[in-house]
Structures are given as structure tokens and as C-alpha cells.
Design a binder for this molecule. Sequence first.
Ligand code: GAP
Length: 456
Amino acid sequence: MKDLTMDKIVNLCKQYGFVFPGSEIYDGFANTWDFGPVGVELKNNIKKAWWKRFVQEDMNTYGVDAAILMNPRVWEASGHVQSFSDPKMDCKKCKQRFRADNLIEEYSNGAVAAEAMSNEEMEKYINDNHIVCPSCGGFDWTPIKQFKLMFETSRGTVEGEKDAVYLRPETCQGEYVNFLNVQRTTRSKLPFAIAQIGKSFRNEITPGNFLFRTIEFEQMELQKFCHEKDSMSFYNDYKKRALDFVKDLGLSEDKLRYHDHDKLAHYAKAACDIQYKFPIGWEELNGIHHRGTWDLSRHGEFSGKKMEYQDPETNEKYIPNVIEYSIGADRLTLAILCEAYEEEKLENDTREVMHFHPALAPYKVAVLPLVKKYHKEKAEEIFKLFSKNFMTTYDETGSIGKRYRRQDVIGTPYCVTIDDDTMNNGTVTIRNRDDMSQITLPVNEAAEYIKQKIEF
Ligand code: GAP
């Protein structure tokens, strides 16, 4: 859709129960969002599709669900305690806080790669180009300071003897610290991978743009542990598989592109984002990183445990290389919502419709009794039958046309109407969301028909 704006998606999500502003009755809590009845189904289906593709269908990938709160030494080893921060500047006039690199990138329309500049270089660029405050238009900046991105809390039962602990800013550390456990219990040879889906937290200075950048979000991350000689081939493999996955979920090819990084962390051998064309422009959807031996070496050093692997055939002992594939579940949900939405012109009408892949649709089918008085009982019976197989909704209020529209906008791929034919011949009418065509099937074949259509 040409003129789809983020505001439109935000309002639609709120209106139909996909996503609500967090703590709304208390006037909200900036940049937190609550998934509603259809939103939670959509996001769960996205996570299920990812797990199926990258864990279930891969012989050598194993899942974990690691604790969010980890030993603080983990974050020293990972480098987050020392350097996980953003360069921030405050506007002295309106007191708003901004990321200096974002100010430069927005001003230069992405032409200047501020991430490669030092704080002094950024300050000079902002002054030389007279970049003003985007909020009040003033030009009175504080010097740049590094702003810590990890949320810190404390644990301890005796007041005054508390230890700082952190809400994890990424899930992958739970995969690195369990490398030896997973390798031992699965008796895996290299290469193998560990995957995890879970919440991460970042005290982002400039969150916003709905689900795109929030302070609390879910990540789907996978680490492939391998020998150095195989590492580039796995890196390229995950680049391709990551792109195929989002295309298979329905994101269109012309809104997707690779963005290879020019500037790499000192330990990294390669890094690439897949970008999606959101209503706010081209932005990162996920990352694929060749991290070398950095993570396991650092955890080995800080924990005193040998994070090594011994090849049973060659007896070679080595610290494995890591290829990481990481994607935000909320950010992907946003992309899916943007892609699926259509305001479709019909002959005498327009309809709002979400063209979700059937596997992602919150409800797979809506059961609609044509006339409540006569068909309700049978429809409830069919609801019970369907709901044992997949998410089913039931709607008996309003005209059948209005009920179809309500299902279209939440993306229900099939509507099953219960009418006199159901009572007399045991058949139901199945209406397709996308082309609005209808077919008639015996009730006992309908569930099987829908099951086949919703596979991913
Ligand atoms: N372990 C590597 C890592 O965390 P990242 O590029 O910082 O890498 C990976 O994050 C993915 O997590 C991003 O591509 C994005 O999809 C998602 N993500 C990161 N920060 C986010 C935020 N503040 N809000 C929503 N999603 C976020």
C-alpha cells in the first residue's frame, strides 16, 4: 500500500485488538506495548514458524530457555558493562535527549555513517553543520556523553549489601554460557546450533516508531558453533535462509535487501543486516554476524572453564567459531502487519483486510451461524470440533457481510457459514478471505481442508 503510515497501523492495531499502548489507563508508559487477543496469536505464530524452520527442521539445532537474570560476570565477559552505551546529547533548551549518531544520520539522509565517528568528530559535525534540536529547533547542545543501555537492578536480602544485576540486553549470552551443557547432553559433534526465543531489555534513548524500537522486546536468536574452515559457508547459508524465511512469511522481495556492514567489531569477520522497507523507510529487520571465537574465548577467560571442543576423529582441540542469526519478534510482527494490510476497493465498497499467511493468522477460521435463532446450536457444535484443531472464533452478531468484514480486518483466512444446508445435508460454506470465493464441503471434511491450507 502506497500511503500506509505508522499512525495508521498503530490505530488499526489498537482498534482491532492487535496491540494496545502499555499501562493505558494510567496514561500509558512511553514505548511499552501490550499485545491484545489477536496480536498475541499473531506474534506466537511468528515465533512458532521461526522455531519450526530453524529448530524443528534442523537436525543439529537445539533450543534452550535461559534465565533473564544472569551472573553479572557474564556482562563483563561480553563487554556490555564496559561499552554497551549510546552517545547522547541533551538539548539545553527543551531538555530532550537525542543520540548524536542519529542526529547526524537523519541530517545527512544516511549519507554520513556516524557509527564510524568518534564523539569529538560527531560534536564537530553537529556544530559545523548547525544541526538543530528536532524537538524545539534550538541550537544549544550539551557535550556528548555515553549513556548506558543496560537496565540495572539489584539483588540481596540484606539492605546495603545489594549486588548489581542486569536485565539481559540480548538473549544470545544464555546460548554461549550453555555451549558445554548442550554439547555434552546432546552428544553433538560440531557443527551444531543453539537457539532461544525470549525477552531482552534495553534502555534505548530514542525508542519509538511503535514496535520497531522498544525498551522491552523479544528476540529469536541462534548461534551456530563450527570450525573456522566452515564458518564463512555457514555465514552465507544463514544470510540466505534468513531472507528466505521472511519471504516465505509473506514479506515481498522488493521491500527486502541485504545491508553488509562496512564497520566491524574488532573480533568480527563479517556482519550483515536484512533491511525491510517499513513506513518509516529502510530499516534493519535482523542481523547475521560472524563473531569468530570472541564469545566463547571471553567466557572461557572470565569463568575459568575451557570452552573448547575436541574433534573425536582428528583429536583437534579448538574454540569454535560462532555464526549468529538474530531477529526481533516484535519488529518482525510490525513488518508482517505493514505488509499484510490492504484497503481494497470493491465494486460498491472498500474493505480493510489483513492478508496474513494463513499459518500466521490469529484465527484460522470464523464460525458464523447465518440465522442465530436456527443455526446457533449447530454452529457451537462446529466451533467445538474446529477449535480442537486450530484457533477458531465465533460470531453471531450483525449481518453476514459485516461479520465477513470483521474477520477480514483481523486476517481470518476462512469463514465457515452454518445455514439450512448444514442442518439438512451436513454441508458448510467456506469463504476465502483473499479472493472472497466460496466453496461448499461436508462438515467432516472442512477441518481437514483448513488444516492443509494453514501449514507453513
Ligand atoms: N545478539 C545480537 C543482537 O542483539 P542486535 O542487532 O542488537 O543484535 C538483533 O539485535 C535484533 O533484535 C535486531 O535486528 C532487531 O530485530 C531486534 N531489536 C534490537 N533492538 C531492538 C529494540 N530496541 N526494539 C525492538 N527490537 C529490537
